[in-house]
Ligand binder design. Structure first.
Ligand SMILES: Cc1cc2nc3c(=O)[nH]c(=O)nc-3n(C[C@H](O)[C@H](O)[C@H](O)COP(=O)(O)OP(=O)(O)OC[C@H]3O[C@@H](n4cnc5c(N)ncnc54)[C@H](O)[C@@H]3O)c2cc1C
Length: 748
């Protein structure tokens, strides 16, 4: 008997007991997608060469032109406050979205869509979201979990032929209904049932399902003309215990007999469409099942495969937009707004927050672009997608909150001049959808990573399931070698990172060592706790956090290498050190919490050789903040997707900042000093070297500093007025601007 078989024989029974039990749906979720760069972090050897060969994400000329023309035009049609007040996009925006095939970015060109890459889709959504989240969500949904993606991958030829061209040009507006009042995060447990039946339809016997369902929170449902529906298929003729055929996805054209659709939820009063869909004994012929009869019961796997890619694009794009716009706005306002005789952005407490926001944006955006580049190279990295979903949306929320604090009362007064309030209100939506963040952090990142990315665990699970001692033994022998190597690299070796960018080599070496320590810690935790680790969410959350920090740190190396912009080095280095410190501290907390007698010694051993890099010092934070204030190219690189809306606070700020740059900081300082002394914009402008430009700037800055006020009566609160005595007063009336329209089902 071979050594492998002998080891496998001894290990089979104890491993079968230790491994967590797994349902088919859990298995499908765990096995969905592919493993990207993050697999090398699990192996303890970050593969910087893979990152270098991946290169920067590239857009085709058609994609670039779409961003420069169509997206720019769309943004110039968007008035955030008017859309928010009307709770819908204006009809001309709906029409433009359809005409320019924004809903068909994911639809292949052969079927009339734009067939855009992941990088292009992400860039489109990010740019729109910097001016209006509702428009971005409206574009995002048909291009993510909307049925187009499912149809393109699994649809029958007839289904693709019929639906894809209609979805591409918005003849049909789709939505996708999975969530049920009793199955949210645990979506695989949906109680919605479809009973297999035969019906007479136009003189023919037709097989299909009689479906009863209750769906809620469904984006675009109130205006949808086709509903993607997930339900559990049941065959009552099958023997007891075999009747459940599994989750099945079908397309229902609406209106349809038995389907109630059209009512709205009010998710944080956002303007995008969202509502419930209910159906009672709705007949769904087999032809409507996505992929036809052979795909009955395959719905969960199909959804998980699509999510593996989609989660890396849309919500991370929203998170990036929130960070970019918050940094742009808070940094800009920090230059214009003065208190105690100084621009508020120069106060250390504010400068520190701005620098931190910029550094986090650099790291998270690096990860977002890296994942898009991986998607475009053919990967569908499910674990990286979960990391992105969590960290981009969290960083988005954090940046908006920080921006609100910096803006003070200006951020709190609602109205067309407000710069952040609608993003602030809507931030929790991104946190909750497509895998709520608490669950993603506690369960998905490490849980899925441990199975998919670990070089041996999945093979061991398969060998145990197949009761194959030889296969198990071979995998265990490899696993032992893997552990020994990681012990060596973690504790004794001086890791090198020859393929990392030279300027960041010192940090990259620590990243390599931390990766080996992380890999060792995973094996230790899994070895000590076995299947129990799945329920010890605080521990698996920490393992996921370390993996995330290492992934973000690696993405920083990749971004710095591909952009090759030395001006970004201080920000890149701070971003890398911040993530490495996060990984180190979390790793220490993990070891402190492992239920293991000798953990103090172990923790001391594991944490050797990782504290030698200094944290980012105050002086470095201040230098980064100074760069943000003075080097417009650095800020522009970080906030390159911030677009120009039709009107409103953001546009006013962009205008004032352009005038500020023409005058320069010193001249602006003289002017604001004069304004404080004289109390008159006209008098202060006369002090300027070029009084005309000075007057223009002071007026534009005043517009940024002022907030809106409204008539006291409830009926008139949509009509905002600037202070009546100032020379700059104006009235804002969204209805007069033609942006308020009655809510209409099936717009356009
Ligand atoms: C604005 C909006 C738009 C949406 N659009 C759609 C759509 O178009 N189609 C669709 O089908 N659905 C949609 N959803 C539903 C969305 O996907 C769900 O809200 C989400 O999956 C969470 O479900 P839930 O809200 O029921 O929360 P619950 O499942 O009740 O979760 C509550 C809390 O428990 C946490 N939690 C749950 N399980 C665990 C666990 N095991 N460990 C740790 N924490 C856990 C969650 O993280 C969350 O914080 C949308 C939701 C919103 C708010």
């Amino acid at each position: 008997m071979s050594l492998a078989k002998l080891i496998g024989k001894f290990a089979l029974a104890p491993l079968a007991r230790a491994l967590p039990t797994m349902s088919e749906t859990e298995r499908a979720a765990l096995e969905a997608g592919t493993v990207g760069f993050e697999g090398s972090l699990f192996a303890g050897r970050p593969n910087f060469r893979r990152l270098t060969t991946l290169g920067a994400p590239k857009l085709t000329p058609v994609e670039q032109s779409f961003l420069d023309q169509e997206v720019k035009t769309l943004c110039a049609m968007l008035d955030d406050y008017a859309i928010d007040s009307a709770r819908d996009l204006p009809p001309e925006v709906w029409a433009y979205l359809k005409e320019k095939r924004f809903f068909g970015m994911v639809v292949p060109r052969a079927h009339g869509g734009l067939g855009f890459s992941a990088s292009a889709q992400a860039a489109v959504v990010t740019r729109i979201a910097t001016v209006n989240v509702a428009a971005a969500v409206t574009v995002m949904v048909p291009n993510s979990i909307g049925p187009a993606e499912l149809l393109a991958h699994y649809g029958t030829e007839a289904q693709k032929h019929y639906w894809l061209p209609r979805l591409a040009v918005g003849t049909d507006i789709p939505c996708f209904g999975l969530t049920n009042p009793y199955a949210g995060s645990d979506a695989a447990s949906i109680p919605d049932r479809g009973i297999l039946v035969e019906r007479d339809v136009e003189g023919q016997r037709v097989r299909g399902f009689l479906v009863t369902f209750d769906k809620r929170y469904i984006t675009l449902a109130p205006v949808a003309t086709v509903v993607g529906l997930a339900f559990r298929a049941i065959n009552p003729q099958a023997p007891e215990g075999q009747q459940d055929m599994g989750i099945t996805c079908a397309l229902l054209p609406v209106p349809l007999q038995g389907v109630e659709i059209g009512r709205r939820h009010r998710p944080m009063d956002a303007a995008f469409m969202n509502g419930p869909i209910r159906g009672h004994d709705v007949f769904v012929p087999m032809d409507w099942v996505i992929g036809g009869e052979t795909f009955v019961g395959q719905g969960w796997r199909m959804l998980m495969e699509c999510l593996a890619a989609g989660r890396a694009i849309s919500l991370p794009a929203l998170g990036s937009a929130m960070q970019q716009v918050s940094l742009y706005v808070a940094n800009g306002y920090g230059k214009i707004r003065e208190q105690f005789g100084m621009p508020i952005g120069k106060f250390e407490a504010i400068a520190g927050q701005l620098a931190e926001t910029a550094v986090r944006l650099y790291a998270t955006d690096a990860a977002r672009r890296l994942a898009a580049a991986e998607l475009d190279s053919g990967e569908r990295p499910s674990v990286a997608s979960a990391i992105l979903k969590l960290h981009l949306t969290e960083a988005g929320r954090r940046a908006v909150t920080c921006g609100m604090d910096i803006l003070g009362g200006k951020a709190i007064q609602n109205g067309p001049s407000n710069l952040l309030s609608s993003a602030y209100r809507q931030a929790p939506i991104a946190i909750t959808v497509e895998g709520a963040n608490i669950l993603t952090r506690a369960l998905i990142i490490f849980g899925q990573g441990a199975v998919r990315c670990h070089p041996y665990v999945l093979e061991e699970m398969r060998a145990v399931a197949a009761q194959d001692p030889e296969r198990l033994g071979q995998s265990l022998l490899g696993h032992i070698g893997h552990v020994l190597r990681n012990v060596y690299v973690s504790l004794l070796a001086l890791p090198q990172a020859p393929d990392a960018p030279t300027a960041l080599r010192k940090e990259a070496r620590l990243l390599t060592r931390l990766s080996a320590k992380f890999a060792l810690s995973c094996d230790l935790a899994m070895g000590l706790l076995g299947g129990r680790l799945k329920r010890l969410e605080l521990l698996s959350q920490r393992l996921g956090d370390v993996l995330s920090a290492l992934y973000l740190a690696s993405a920083v190396c990749w971004r710095y290498e591909t952009e090759r912009d030395p001006a970004m080095l201080p920000i890149a280095r701070a971003a890398l050190r911040q993530q490495l410190r996060q990984a180190t501290v979390t790793l220490r907390d993990l070891h402190e919490n492992l239920p293991f007698g000798a953990r103090r010694v172990l923790s001391w051993l594991m944490m050797r050789g990782v504290w030698h890099l200094n944290p980012v010092r105050d002086a470095q934070w201040m230098a980064i903040a100074h760069q943000l204030r003075t080097d417009t190219k650095v800020l522009a690189r970080l906030t390159q997707d911030v677009s120009t809306p039709k009107c409103g606070g953001l546009r006013d700020l962009q205008h004032a900042l352009a005038l500020y740059e023409q005058l320069g900081a010193e001249e602006v300082s003289r002017l604001t000093q004069a304004l404080r002394k004289t109390g008159s914009i006209d008098a202060a402008a006369r002090v300027g070297t070029t009084p005309h430009s000075a007057l223009n700037y002071l007026r534009a800055a005043d517009k940024v500093i002022q907030v809106d006020d409204f008539a006291a009566t409830v009926e008139e609160t949509t009509t905002a007025t600037r202070p009546s005595k100032g020379p700059l007063s104006r009235r804002f009336d969204p209805a007069a601007a033609g942006n308020v329209q009655a809510h209409a089902k099936n717009p356009g």
